[in-house]
Ligand binder design. Structure first.
Ligand code: COA
Length: 372
């Protein structure tokens, strides 16, 4: 068995940014328009008026202040309320491939590795823009990588599940190098017209380069252990899929976008994740006091505060559990990798840390790393 290292990470961040105030202004205009169009039904009591959203609520409930998106105009247009992309021909790079390649090239450049020396590309994300050919195969070709490529989807846990999959192949010797890429165009599956969740998501792409930990002469993180777990739940669900036509569900239906029962998710996922991390650490003989840093999934600040406190047994210092959700919002599988990428260079040799993502499925994945 070979040892595994993370030698590079990369983050693609869109240029367009939406503040809570901009988002709320657009939502409130949409709600006013909708209420005016449905004034008679609202007056007769058959439908309820749409209430306004509020920046104060969003910050207090989630900790989110901004989000990046690939298209700001469509999202903020009260008559549209979702992104508008220019259609591309089959011969042009796809939307996910384009941002995935950007993040992957950054990760390769950090490690000083040539794309041709990569022999596995995994595109691990919450949504795929088409059924096939796999986005990962397109990314493999655009990068000039070798070997093979495939897509996988474990929602918000896709990155850590992808890392475990790649690490297992490196451990067994079937591959030497892998790129796990997470292009998350969350703006396209978020229901921007739903006040309960319209503030949650943003767009981004991340990439993690994993290599055989032999004679590496670049700074890196040893992958000490990986662990994944799942438990079925309908509390985070999106029913969009290839059977949509067969069930005569082509209309604008709420359940064809992201749906969640936020309160239940809170209540059920927190104990699941806290126990998962505690068990993983205990089985690997790593004490919580040995952890220099936690890079957690970036969905909600209160959730992260709770998990950090449970794992460390005390309130973590900001530098022990860095959050990026205030700037990026929830970027699904990419969140913990953004936190890792932006907040890991200062760790000293021997420092240990834990990457953990969790979400729909339910799913939870953790990676224990050590700075070499
Ligand atoms: N503006 C103003 N008020 C709002 C609002 C908004 N945008 N959205 C909801 N509210 C209101 C609700 O209607 C409710 O009012 P009520 O008490 O009169 O019924 C109140 O605020 C509380 O709403 P609730 O949905 O219970 O808020 P919350 O504290 O649970 O926070 C989330 C909502 C989504 C931030 C939170 O549940 C969450 O983060 N859950 C887990 C998310 C997660 O990890 N998801 C994984 C996806 S990958």
């Amino acid at each position: 068995m070979y040892n595994v290292a993370i030698t590079g990470t990369g983050v693609f961040t869109p240029t367009a940014r939406i503040t809570n105030d901009e988002l709320v202004a657009a939502f409130n205009s949409y709600a006013d328009l909708w209420n005016a169009e449905n004034a008679a039904a609202i007056a007769s009591g058959t439908v309820e008026a749409k209430p306004h959203s509020s920046s104060d609520f969003i910050l207090a409930a989630s900790g989110i202040e901004n989000r990046y998106v690939l298209d700001k105009e469509g999202v903020l247009d009260p008559a549209r309320m979702y992104p508008r992309f220019t259609p591309r021909s089959d011969d042009q790079p796809g939307f996910m491939a384009e941002i995935g390649v950007d993040a992957a090239q950054k990760a390769l450049s950090v490690a000083g590795v040539d794309a041709a020396d990569v022999d596995l590309v995994i595109c691990a994300a919450s949504n795929m823009e088409r059924a096939y050919p796999a986005i990962a195969v397109e990314i493999q070709q655009l990068l000039g990588a070798g070997g093979f490529a495939f897509d996988m989807n474990v929602a918000c846990s896709s990155a850590t599940f992808g890392i475990q999959t790649a690490a297992d192949m490196i451990r067994s010797g079937s591959i030497r190098r892998a790129l796990v890429i997470n292009p998350e165009i969350c703006s396209a599956h978020l229901e921007w017209r739903d006040r309960d969740c319209h503030f949650i998501f943003g767009d981004v792409a991340t990439a993690t380069l994993l290599e055989r930990d032999e004679d590496l002469n670049v700074p890196h993180f040893k992958v000490l252990s990986t662990r994944c777990a799942t438990q079925f739940s309908n509390n985070i669900r999106n029913n969009n899929g290839y059977l949509r036509r067969t069930i005569d569900a082509m209309e604008d239906r709420r359940d064809m976008q992201f749906m969640q029962n936020g309160r239940k998710v809170f209540k059920e996922v927190l104990p699941l994740v806290s126990k998962h991390i505690a068990d993983h650490l205990a089985d690997e003989g790593v004490a919580a006091t040995d952890l220099r840093r936690l890079w957690l999934h970036q969905a909600n600040k209160t959730m992260n505060d709770y998990i950090g406190k449970k794992v460390l047994g005390r309130t973590p210092a900001p530098d022990e559990q860095p959050n990026i959700l205030q700037d990026y919002a929830n970027t699904s599988s990419a969140g913990s990798i953004i936190a890792f990428s932006k907040h890991s260079n200062d760790l000293e040799p021997g420092d240990k840390g834990l990457i953990c993502s969790f979400g729909a499925g339910y799913s939870v994945g953790s990676v224990i790393v050590e700075r070499a």
